[in-house]
Design a protein around this ligand. Structure first.
Ligand SMILES: [Zn+2]
Length: 188
């Protein structure tokens, strides 16, 4: 699994072609993508979300995107958004269960009250809450290639990472700047 948090991977389901073809795709509408997402994040084999579950997931994504934009701008989380997020978190209820730990002893495990997409949605909100708790909000970036807009965490010490990937978007933008400069020079 990537180093990114669950909520960031989730945001990036809204895909834009970084190469600038203008193509984009809401991958939450693609069953193959959605089921692989659940599997890769450790939720096992789920059915594709029901229409109201899908609408719920998309509204959460919209909420988190608005917040990520603020973070990338160095702004604090917006109160209204936090309120809505807390409502999602409230639904992330767990019960506890005592079970044998396989070594002759016992352990208490947390069992989510809800299953499936409702549970995943709450986990996504919880992973966002963790980013804030860890003080990582100042590391949230949105790729500065305007065609890309990929959300990522800047783990560099200098906190100056501007592109989701220096080899892809970074190079592309370098080439674009170079061409623009050459055009300017030839026109002057
Ligand atoms: Zn990018």
């Amino acid at each position: 699994m990537s180093m990114e948090r669950l909520w960031i991977d989730f945001l990036n389901s809204d895909w834009h072609d970084w190469r600038g073809s203008g193509k984009s795709a809401d991958r939450l509408d693609q069953p193959d993508y959605v089921l692989a997402f659940a599997r890769d994040q450790g939720y096992g084999q789920l059915a594709y979300p029901l229409p109201e579950e899908l609408a719920d997931l998309k509204s959460l994504r919209e909420l988190l995107r608005r917040q990520a934009l603020r973070m990338a701008d160095g702004k604090k989380p917006e109160e209204g958004i936090m309120k809505e997020l807390n409502q999602v978190l409230e639904k992330a209820a767990y019960t506890r269960k005592l079970e044998e730990n396989g070594e002759g002893g016992w352990q208490v495990v947390s069992v989510p009250v809800q299953s499936g997409w409702k549970h995943i949605k709450a986990d996504i909100a919880a992973s966002f809450a963790e980013t804030i708790r860890n003080g990582e909000e100042s590391r949230i970036r949105i790729c500065t290639n305007p065609d890309c807009l990929w959300v990522f965490t800047d783990f560099t010490r200098s906190r100056t990472k501007r592109y989701c990937d220096d080899k892809c978007c970074g190079n592309l933008m370098k080439v674009r700047r170079f061409r623009a400069r050459r055009k300017e020079e030839s026109e002057s």
